[in-house]
Design a protein around this ligand. Structure first.
Ligand code: UFG
Length: 339
């Protein structure tokens, strides 16, 4: 039975919400984070929600000996590996940073896991591995496409490294979770997304614009082959996403015969950018300043998940609506002070 779960990137957006859900389900999370794209204040948010102070280590996952000390001080039963860089555009400008941080840290972690006899891993992957799918919705069997960016490539490579390890070592067992577009925040507004600088992602850009931090949102293109011409994505509430990690640990516990598996984590619904804007205005009552601009290079026209496998395999499905997600994003934004 797994109990102590090392959460790398546990102070980050998805990591912190997963720490809460692990705690709620009776697991004991141990957080490792180098705080390169997260804040120490998240720990207070976690304490306010759960009443608990979780073990926290400010360590870079590429630092094998520092990471080893965490294994020595705690009996680790399983690992959820979130820690990674995630900005698509930045990865094009600084590919080596992405390969070193995302691929390097996974290699370090797996080597350490083998040395310290920890054999169960959940990995944060992305729907980016599908590129622009030929058929929608995308299933886990849909072919992977040539990565659009070094970031996307790191996710593909990491999945392959993990699968190869499970083939070579029958004790090593892992699950890759392919996230669609996480949005929202904890309903208590104690934790949420903390983008550094100008947000790349749609929903933080919307909430910052609505809050007056940004002048206007640019909708990247309205001439796509979709009902209103704007791109389609599958937006999933981060708490629903977090719960799927707990279900994945339960799955590894229950299905000892499984050495490697992959699950899509989305809602199964696609929404256009303008639908997101309209829903945001409806649930918050705030008018959003936006304009239609040029397409963003590298954007996928439409992608959304087939969630049959995750709902049947993990016994998991999303519970929150798009409106709830956007409202939670907004309530979180209202807690933030402009840097
Ligand atoms: N968008 C805008 N204006 C903005 C920001 C985004 O119109 O200011 C649009 C984008 O063009 C896209 C949609 O909003 O159509 C969503 O964009 P995001 O940047 O929020 O999300 P992406 O789907 O492009 O990227 C996300 C993750 C990546 C991951 C990718 C996989 O951020 O890490 O999904 O498809 F690689």
């Amino acid at each position: 039975m797994m109990k102590n779960i090392l959460v790398t990137g546990g102070a980050g957006y998805i990591g912190s919400h997963t720490v809460v859900e692990l705690h709620n389900a009776g697991y004991e999370p141990i957080i490792v984070d180098n705080l390169s794209n997260s804040s120490i204040t998240v720990l207070q948010g976690l304490k306010n929600i759960t009443g608990k102070e979780f073990p926290f280590y400010q360590i870079d996952c590429n630092d094998k000996e520092a990471l080893r000390s965490v294994f020595k001080e705690n009996k680790i039963d399983g690992i959820i590996h979130f820690a990674a860089f995630k900005a698509v555009g930045e990865s094009v400008a600084k590919p080596l940073n992405y390969y070193e941080n995302n691929v390097g840290s996974l290699m370090t972690l797996i080597r350490l896991m083998k040395e310290e006899n920890v054999s169960q891993l959940i990995f944060s992957s992305s729907c980016t591995v599908y590129g622009q799918p030929d058929q929608l919705p995308v299933t886990e069997k849909s072919p992977k496409k040539v990565a659009e960016s070094p970031y996307g490539n790191t996710k593909q490579i990491c999945e392959e490294i993990i699968e190869d390890t499970t083939i070579s070592d029958k004790n090593f067992r892992a699950i890759a979770l392919r996230y669609f577009n996480p949005i929202g925040a904890h309903p208590t507004s104690e934790i949420g997304e903390l983008p550094l600088g100008v947000p790349n992602n749609l929903v933080p850009f919307i909430t910052q614009t609505a809050a007056g931090w940004r002048e206007e949102l640019t909708v990247f293109g309205d001439d796509y082959d979709t009902p209103d011409g704007t791109c389609i994505r599958d937006y999933i509430h981060v708490v629903d996403l977090a719960k799927a990690h707990v279900k994945s640990l339960d799955f590894l516990n229950k299905h000892r015969e499984v050495s490697f598996d992959i699950f899509n984590l989305g809602t199964g619904n696609g929404n256009t950018v303008l639908e997101i804007v309209n829903s945001f205005e409806k649930v918050t009552g705030v008018k959003l300043n936006y304009k239609i601009g040029a397409r963003r290079s590298g954007d996928i026209e439409k992608v959304y998940a087939d969630v049959t496998k995750s709902s049947e395999g993990l016994g998991w499905k999303t519970e929150k609506t798009l409106d709830e997600s956007l409202l939670d994003s907004w309530n979180w934004q209202l807690r933030l002070t402009k840097p």
